[in-house]
Write a protein that binds this ligand. Sequence first.
Ligand SMILES: [Zn+2]
Length: 51
Amino acid sequence: MRCPRCQGRMFAEKYYDFVRSFDAWKCSCCGDVVDSTILQNRARSSSSFLG
Ligand SMILES: [Zn+2]
């Protein structure tokens, strides 16, 4: 998994929402957090991702 922002290495991390827990990816370089919901929203909003 590469960071979509800086192409750095990302590692899986467990996050806790109000009602659930979910796995997300966190970049060790810039600290950007990406989870499946964010990826789905990005894919839905625009087909061309420019960063
Ligand atoms: Zn990054």
